[in-house]
Design a protein around this ligand. Sequence first.
Ligand code: HEM
Length: 383
Amino acid sequence: MISINEIDFKHTILLLSTPALALYGFLNVPLIPQTALWSVLYYFWSGLGITAGYHRYWSHRSYDATRLWQFVMMLAGSSAVEGSIKWWSRGHRVHHRFTDTDKDPYNAKKGFFWSHIGWMLKKQGRLATVDVSDLSKDWIVRFQHKYYPLVALIMAFVVPTTVAGFGWGDWKGGFFFAGVARLVFVHHATFCVNSLAHYIGDYTYDDKHTPKDHFLTALITCGEGYHNFHHEFPGDYRNAIKFYQYDPTKWLIWTASLVGLTYNLKVFPSNEIQKGRIYMQEKEIEQVKRTLDYGVPVEDLDCLSMDEVKAEIARTGKQLLIISGVVYDVTTFMEDHPGGKGFLKASVGRDVTASFNGEVYDHANAARNLMSSMRYARLKKEE
Ligand code: HEM
């Protein structure tokens, strides 16, 4: 439980009042098609302002952009009312540097609710230090930070309302749907990057921290859901690297590069990306292997000479044969041998390496795997 003194009222009021206002709008204001379409378009405008602007440009500098692009992204991002670029990017850089630790502002280890929204409802202590000198020097960032409440108010509510009002006379719908309801959806879509993207999906490149890759999160977050990739390669302007994966933010940045608005799009060497993928695939294979029976390791077997093998057969009645220096017990396999009982019977007490490897029949992998569970002893090397 948190005490009243610990509540961040500014965030709490914004995050609780907007859903209530949106609900009021849904219950009382008719939603006409033009406004519905405008709200969806404005949703993407805000969402992409956060993902392509706040996140991939200012927080990670994963590409360069003209001043025009930066200005447009600043306006678009402001319409999401998620704080100034400076505040947002600083927090985000701290999150990357201290992922899943107490210094991570949206530490996913503290639970889904905390990483989704809880961290904003409670007053934050001083954030850990990260380098934000580039942001402090940037006049667009400084301008937006200085006039943030006004810029956010205009972009979040005034613009969507007046466009719908002057455009097709739907002032109320513009405010409630393109303004408020759109804002609520953008908020929770962005928050899903901190929460959902740390809960569902695959550890494609590394499992040291919680970020995961999932199509569903990507769908909700304009492509930010390939979050495992992003935390491994944060300087890459892409989050999804396969052409069929959903990453509209990447598509936007790339398309803008065709007309020179963005340039120097950074990508991590694919050789290194592949290494990450293989590292995880090997880990997965090792995990599966641990669940399978590979028999007693050869080096752990007792050593028997040829005479001792023969004596063992006579004493115990076991059907032992030798292949490549290992003694196998085929007693229970006799009846099931696909090559017939006869071949095995005739092999008992003998070294049948050559027959097994091609002289009679060159056995497939299946036989070689199967025989590992029949290991009985190692053959002592002749002096
Ligand atoms: C531990 C010893 C052995 C095991 C576990 C084993 C297992 C198998 C298995 C699973 C097959 C099916 C095909 C394949 O996987 O390649 C097979 C086929 C066969 N095995 Fe063996 N085998 C053993 C020893 C031998 C020996 C010593 C001989 C001959 C002296 C032999 C002769 C054959 C032949 C001729 C076939 C072919 C059957 C056909 O497809 O017509 N096997 N064996």
